[in-house]
Design a protein around this ligand. Sequence first.
Ligand code: DOR
Ligand code: ZN
Length: 346
Amino acid sequence: MTVQLTIPRPDDWHLHLRDGAMLRAVLPETARDFARAIIMPNLVPPVVTGDQASAYRDRILAALPDGTTFEPLMTLYLTEDTDPADVAAAHASGLVKAVKLYPAGATTNSASGVSDFNKVRPVLEKMAEIGLPLCTHGEVTDSDIDIFDREAVFIDQVLDPIRKATPGLRVVMEHITTKDAAAYVTSQDSDLGATITTHHLIINRNHMLVGGIRPHYYCLPVAKREEHRLALRAAATSGDKRFFLGTDSAPHTDPNKLNTCGCAGCFTAPNTMPLLAHVFDENDALEKLAGFASENGPAFYRLPVNTDTMTLAKQDTAVSFPDKIDTPDGPVTVFDPGFDVFWKVT
Ligand code: DOR
Ligand code: ZN
């Protein structure tokens, strides 16, 4: 028997598209299923100014396959030199939908991020005034803080103080990985939201490390204990409007992943929606998928829900996804959930 689920066309509220040949190779994988995506600005060099975001947006639109509709929602990379007036102008023109905070050194291409949070105070105050959301990579970078604790410590030492010092600042905690983060979100008001990735609903740290190291499961923030994965599942399937999908699909070539110092990132753009249908089905929460993938994100970003739809169907036999996509830079491995999936986008 085929079960079908129709939802408003989803959006991805956290996506890495890269640039050049990689952009052209990965963009169709997202544009096939998603209407819009919040585009991460961690290029080399980063997308810091409104002019740079405008040029990047043009490159994304030029890379779209003919006949595809997809709207990139641009972000600016927050640096200690960011000009509040430039941010405000980029927001007022409609170009920029969020500013991204990377603590310096936290992850891929974050060297230009923030070390001294006092230096970005004028930008944050301007953002609170104009209602422009701040997206946070919520991990501290101190070498003496264990990597598995860095998200929880960030909440206490950085995020909560910033929010208290900047009333009205709207914040998205990106790719949350802990029960601490989920609990912090639910304890706060609607100025705070959080994205959850597909892969953090599926893997815990054992999947990455037991029986051999699996570099394709290595991402940042790193997957945590099973109790945290279960808390993320509970949050995503709860119907709470403050939780929404941000895949953090982050393509790296196999040579860059399968390396003595491998890159962080899971490439989930090609199969995210079937995997999410599997997860929500498993949690008996299929009726909550529309909220998580299609409705809660637009509500937070004060944008309309997409008017077109996506239909997912559950087959009797397992569906298959490509193992990799080929790019001129090398193959990029598609996230393997490690179980059979019976859902597909029709
Ligand atoms: O796993 C990750 N990959 N986490 C990030 O924060 C950055 C991303 C990337 O750009 O590769
Ligand atoms: Zn990311």
